[in-house]
Write a protein that binds this ligand. Structure first.
Ligand code: KG4
Ligand code: ZN
Length: 347
């Protein structure tokens, strides 16, 4: 620890993320270079319950947070003295889970005098694209698809977003998780459906691709989820055996088709030549492959974070925090968890 030689120009952000079931901390240099990225995933604790149990998540965050922060500093070879800002996710997310990270960040900031910066979780997901794509700059369009959100966003500038499409009901990741549960794959559904789909026929069952009347970029996944449940019921009634891999692959194709269609329409309509994806569902193999191919055909540069930066992590919060820091954003010790913080909202 402490072997990092800091130059005067370097800005180091210590970032903390605890909005759901990952306790994470990271040190990010100058907004684009990840010096450490520590993630303690609680997934195995929640698997038996078929989803995240908020109370268990909060308790585990409390147990792990200090250890994860210390490890992030030590792996980066950095002392607290070297840190210029502490960035922490303050929403959206589970209130009890968010509070653990926010309290830890406030305590460190209070004890050391290091400035505190609250970061929006989804802005973090979008900013994950800056880590491995050093040349990527706004403006561009980003599809954010996670367990709680499905948004098509115009990234106008650092920290400036316009939502042009959103889900009317379930988020894409939520649909993956619910369908996985229904076909007996368990939690977390996304990675399991992604894997099983490789052995299935994506054209075996024609599930609906929903269009939302009057809002061409909005999504709706609850009809698709119901269609899968109806299909499973009708198989049971007829005594037919369900081919899990075919159902998974056909469902995944329906989600991917809708996400790709909406994204490409938006990129064309807005005249952008850069398109990025973000969030847990952005680690889906089929979604990444189809978007890459379709963007290539159209001469659009396609950006996607490595899967480890798609699912929840603190490095992405460090990147978003850096750009907030550069703009002069600072939070006081009255910073609180805001479970339903809106994208672009500043509290
Ligand atoms: O961004 P994230 O880690 O947490 C939230 O902010 O919600 O996203 C988690 C979501 C879960 O619904 C999970 O099933 C989904 O992302 N997910 C995937 C894949 N990996 C994670 N969905 C589809 N394919 C994947 N490979
Ligand atoms: Zn997330």
């Amino acid at each position: 620890m402490g072997n990092y030689n800091k130059s005067n120009e370097d800005i180091l952000v210590l970032a903390i993320e605890s909005s759901c079931d990952e306790t994470a901390a990271s040190v990010v240099k100058n907004g684009r270079e990840v010096l450490s990225n520590v993630i303690y995933s609680q997934i195995s604790l929640h698997t038996v319950y078929g989803g995240v149990v908020p109370e268990i998540a909060s308790r585990k965050h409390i147990e792990k947070i200090n250890q994860v922060i210390e490890q992030a500093l030590s792996e980066a070879g950095v002392r607290l003295n070297d840190i210029d800002a502490i960035a922490v996710t303050y929403g959206p997310g589970l209130v009890g889970a968010l509070l653990v990270g926010v309290s830890a960040a406030k305590a460190i900031s209070f004890a050391t005098g290091i400035p505190l910066i609250g970061v929006h979780h989804i802005e973090g997901h979008i900013c994950a694209n800056f880590i491995e794509n050093k040349g990527l700059e706004p403006p561009f369009i980003c599809l954010v698809v996670s367990g709680g959100h499905s948004h098509l966003v115009v990234v106008k500038d650092y920290g400036e977003y316009e939502i042009i499409g959103r889900t009317r009901d379930d988020a894409a990741g939520e649909a993956f998780d619910k369908v996985a549960r229904a076909i007996g794959l368990g939690y977390p559904g996304g990675p399991k459906i992604d894997k099983v789909s490789k052995e299935g026929n994506p054209d075996a069952i024609r599930f609906p691709r929903a269009k939302v009347e009057g809002s061409e970029y909005d999504f709706s996944f609850s009809g698709l989820k119901s269609a899968v449940l109806n299909y499973l019921n009708s198989c049971e009634m007829k005594g037919e055996k369900v081919n899990t891999a075919d159902v998974a692959a056909s469902f995944q194709k329906a989600v991917v088709d809708v996400l790709v269609d909406h994204s490409l329409d938006a990129v064309k309509q807005y005249g952008f030549d850069r398109f990025a994806i973000a969030g847990g569902v952005a680690s889906n193999g089929s979604l990444r492959r189809v978007l890459e191919e379709e963007c290539q055909k159209r001469g659009i540069s396609f950006y996607s974070p490595s899967p480890i930066f798609c699912t929840d992590n603190a490095a992405m919060i460090g990147v978003a925090g850096y750009y907030e820091y550069k703009k002069g954003v600072r939070h006081g010790f009255d910073l609180n968890a805001v479970p339903n913080l809106k994208l672009g909202e500043r509290i």
